[in-house]
Design a binder for this molecule. Structure first.
Ligand SMILES: Nc1nc2c(ncn2[C@@H]2O[C@H](COP(=O)(O)OP(=O)(O)OP(=O)(O)O)[C@@H](O)[C@H]2O)c(=O)[nH]1
Ligand SMILES: [Mg+2]
Length: 458
């Protein structure tokens, strides 16, 4: 019975919820029952989407709302409808116009929505006004939704702390005096009525959140010290660092898995990856490098998240090479690519050399493939799924490594055999000869190792 009801809740949550309610009413009269008889899943929340059509070429409203729907779905709610308005800029009071607000309230009632999601970040004032004018429904914006998904997917201590920091920063300007009605009740006069109790409560709330932000920052600093130690160790090992960056769901984790045999979670949800993962990789020529998978980007990425995830994003800005992974089959492929470039610039990673990698090429037909290569002659088409193009990608990484290295001719005495081993692991060997005086090598040396080999130059 329990199982049946649970399955039912998944297929038809509202009906199941209704049945559960009547059952609950029944059991509440039965004093023998102390524990609920069964646990069912919460019915999915019903969301109404709201967006404005600004006439943007990059992100037409339908595409932006389709993405918002995926975000809502990732967060576990169900989209039941959408309302849109053509506006050049948002209304400062309620984001959409007055008449549209009434339309949203009516649609929410008709569709039995308990959640209204705006496709942009609302100002604290807009949110407060909307809550008043669309009563009984939760009003959230795109930023809150993304923060919620991050909270859902955060697994590591650092990830969770970063999300809590971003959430608290988002919350701070949105706090409202929850007890202000008490002050209003006493406005008849008398002792205490002049203090504005609601305001002071708001101050208390703000102080509490600020304090929380302070303690999260302190805890994060500790975690980051540990991570900085790991990163330093990686730097000291002077391995060439390659970072995977790109739009969420482009296939970064799948590529890490395909290239290194790692087993990182890759699935068809937005923001599956929050924590970066680094793996070593031996290139066909024998040189080693590290490859780091990172959090995905999205258009209108909340700035609080960019700030809070700074140390994770440093993995990208401090890399020697970025593989910008693009979902070549995405409807909004070009707009996604631009959005990623914007974030890379925002985090100071735009000067790191980049290779544009068009992933999921298995989903393209012949004509689409030709179009892609004619538009981007230098681009690399790969498929993390089928392995197509992976060898070409490795070759391009080797070329990029060579571009940053110095060509040296050295003679290493036999007694210094460990240097020859180091050369094989970290450098591209152009030629190798054994002579009476030791091993003669011509090699491409990465910047960090030049000083180690310089003394043996011939
Ligand atoms: N057909 C096809 N699907 C792919 C390919 N690469 C990845 N996918 C699928 O795309 C979805 C997203 O892949 P992920 O590797 O999780 O993408 P990601 O960029 O790491 O996404 P986030 O971590 O959420 O930012 C998964 O369902 C993958 O199976 C590919 O080359 N071809
Ligand atoms: Mg991922």
């Amino acid at each position: 019975m329990a199982f049946l009801l649970q399955a039912d809740a998944q297929t038809n949550p509202r009906q199941a919820a209704g049945r559960l309610k009547s059952h609950k009413q029944k059991v509440s009269t039965n004093l023998m029952v102390k524990e609920p008889l069964f646990v069912t899943e919460q019915p999915r929340e019903r969301a109404l989407l709201v967006g404005i059509e600004r006439g943007a070429v990059d992100w037409p409203l339908e595409e932006s709302l389709a993405e918002l729907e995926r975000l809502v779905d990732t967060d576990g709610a169900e989209v039941v409808g959408s309302v849109s308005q053509r506006l050049t800029s948002p209304n400062p009071r309620t984001f959409i116009g007055k008449g549209k607000v009434a339309e949203v309230a009516a649609a929410a009632r008709a569709l039995e929505a308990n959640l209204v999601v705006f496709d942009d970040e609302l100002t604290p004032t807009q949110q407060a006004n909307l809550e008043k004018e669309v009563p009984g429904v939760k009003i959230i914006d795109r930023t809150a939704l993304i923060l919620d998904i991050f909270a859902l997917h955060a697994t590591s201590r650092e990830g969770r702390l970063q999300v809590r920091l971003a959430q608290s920063q988002y919350l701070l300007p949105r706090l409202r005096g929850m007890w202000s009605h008490l002050a209003a009740n006493r406005m008849g006069g008398g002792v205490g009525s002049r203090f504005g109790e609601g305001e002071s409560q708001l101050e208390v709330d703000r102080r509490m959140v600020r304090k929380r932000i302070g303690s999260i920052r302190a805890e994060l600093a500790k975690v980051r010290d540990e991570r900085a130690g790991q990163r330093k160790a990686r730097l000291a090992s002077s391995l060439f660092r390659v970072a995977l960056a790109g739009y969420t769901n482009a296939g970064k984790s799948s590529l890490l898995n395909a290239l290194t045999g790692a087993d990182v979670l890759a699935y068809d949800k937005l923001f599956a990856t929050l924590d970066s993962t680094t793996r070593r990789l031996v290139l066909p020529e024998g040189r080693e490098m590290t490859l780091t998978d990172t959090v995905g980007f999205i258009q209108k990425l909340p700035t609080t998240l960019v700030e809070a995830f700074k140390s994770t994003l440093d993995e990208i800005s401090q890399a020697d090479l970025i593989l910008h992974v693009v979902d070549s089959s995405a409807q909004q492929r070009d707009a996604q690519t631009h959005a990623v470039r914007d974030v890379l610039e925002q985090i100071g990673a735009h000067e790191v050399p980049q290779i544009l990698v068009f992933n999921k090429c298995d989903l393209l037909d012949e004509q689409q493939r030709e179009l892609l290569t004619s538009r981007f002659p230098q681009c690399l088409s790969v498929s993390a799924l089928t392995g197509e193009g992976i060898d070409g990608l490795l070759g391009r990484i080797e070329q990029a490594m060579n571009a940053t290295s110095t060509l040296l001719n050295i003679l290493v005495p036999f007694a210094e055999g460990h240097l020859v081993q180091l050369a094989h692991e970290r450098c591209a060997i152009v030629s190798e000869r054994f002579t009476e005086g030791g091993t003669a090598l011509q090699l491409q040396v990465p910047p960090a190792l030049v000083s180690r080999f310089q003394p043996y130059k011939i």
